[in-house]
Design a protein around this ligand. Structure first.
Ligand code: SAM
Ligand code: SF4
Length: 374
């Protein structure tokens, strides 16, 4: 039953071959009973190979499901990871843990003036990870080319409506034109496989699902609907009013025929569907793919491969963790790579089985999505 809920069952993975810093057992940081592996293994046998780094907790939008209207008390600049610290942590991740994918997020990562340089540094790592960015696209129009030249591989843009009024109601800012200009610039810069992330909210934009998909298909973008999660600053999220994956499929089916895509999911959060015109049926031309990320109603925690760094250098093993392990303090106090790596490994060893958003007594983390890094 636990597997059906997307929660892994407890198991201690078999020991693997020693990795680059097995000598680092000497740090005394790793918990007793943890198998000798260099990877970011947890007690449920999952290994994290996908790193999300938040570059800032600041943002120029105030999406209702993420930030309060008045903003949040933002971190002072010295509290943020510097470019060199980010590169060092990314290097430890790829060389020590076998991380293969690094995604920059925030807050709004485009607010980092040194974003292009950070991407270039990380793209020069050996082995080179795949590098992607999740952004609201404000200011992307002028930086897309430089980011592509620096080595950025892929971009996900968050966009919840193509109606200026709805966009402004959700983000509390009238900047739809800038976002659309950013999306155009990504294509002009030669970056392909751009994805659009959309959160549907009841009574706000849930009636625009079909229209958004039409818009995305016309532009050749892969649209992904993300179920709203309990990470809003105003704590207004409610399980019984959120728009579920089943409701999203139902709405899209009024216009389109959705067929599960054959490609293996391979740890990806989105379940992909092939999209065809409903009137043409299964033999119709495939118009593109749509993804649905059912984090709440159909959780995929049992196959989670993510490890997260907050903008101030804390490891979070899960979006919904109530704990963080500080790496910045030890780094600034002269900790060696071996110590930093073991602190990170120990934090991931304690990764919880799942987010428990569906459990009675679920407690929403204090930090919002913008502060954790989505
Ligand atoms: N500012 C950037 C952006 O909006 O793309 C990057 C950070 S944002 C926190 C990353 C992603 O988290 C966005 O796609 C956003 O829609 C999503 N997000 C934020 N709050 C959410 C929530 N409560 N539930 C589901 N997704 C959320
Ligand atoms: Fe900013 Fe992204 Fe949060 Fe919207 S979702 S407020 S753009 S961090």
């Amino acid at each position: 039953m636990s597997v059906a809920l997307g929660i892994p069952s407890l198991r201690i993975a078999a020991p693997r071959a020693a990795g680059p810093t097995e000598a680092a057992a000497a740090t005394g940081i790793l918990p007793a009973g943890r198998p000798a592996t260099s990877a970011l293994l947890d007690t449920y046998g999952r290994t994290a190979t996908d790193l999300r780094i938040s570059l800032t907790d600041r943002c120029n939008l105030r999406c209702t499901y993420c930030m309060p209207a008045e903003g949040l008390p933002f971190l002072p600049p010295p509290a943020l990871l510097t470019r060199d610290e980010i590169t060092r942590l990314a290097r430890i991740a790829v060389t020590e843990f076998g991380v293969r994918q690094i995604r920059f997020t925030g807050g709004e990562p485009l607010l980092r003036k040194d974003l292009v340089e950070i991407v270039r540094d990380v793209a020069s790592l050996d082995p080179r990870p795949e590098i992607s960015l999740t952004t609201n696209a404000i200011g992307l129009a002028s930086r897309a080319l430089a980011l592509a030249d620096a080595g950025l591989d892929r971009i996900n843009v968050s966009l919840d409506s193509v109606h200026p009024d709805t966009f402004a109601a959700i983000t509390r800012r009238p900047f739809l034109d800038r976002v659309l200009a950013g999306i155009d610039a990504v294509r002009a810069a030669g970056l392909v496989r751009t994805k659009i992330n959309t959160v549907l909210m009841p009574g706000i934009n849930d009636d625009q699902a079909v229209e958004l998909l039409e818009w995305a298909l016309a532009g050749g973008h892969q649209l992904r609907f993300i179920e709203q999660m309990a990470l809003d600053a105003d704590h207004t999220w409610a399980r019984d009013t959120m728009i579920t994956a089943a409701q999203i499929r139902e709405r899209l089916s009024t216009r389109y025929l959705l067929t599960p895509d054959d490609a293996p999911r391979d740890g990806a959060p989105a379940e992909l569907f092939q999209v065809r015109d409903r009137t043409e049926g299964e033999g119709g031309r495939m118009l593109g793919l749509v993804g649905i990320i059912a984090s709440v109603s159909e959780p995929f925690c049992s196959d989670c491969r993510r490890t997260r760094l907050t903008a101030e250098g804390g490891v979070r093993s899960c979006l919904f963790s109530h704990e963080e392990t500080d790496l910045l303090g030890p780094m600034r106090s002269g900790a060696t790579d071996a110590v930093v790596a073991d602190l990170w490994r120990a934090a991931m060893w304690g990764k919880p089985a799942g987010h428990e958003m569906n459990a009675v007594g679920f407690a929403q983390p204090e930090r919002t999505m913008s502060a954790i890094g989505g």
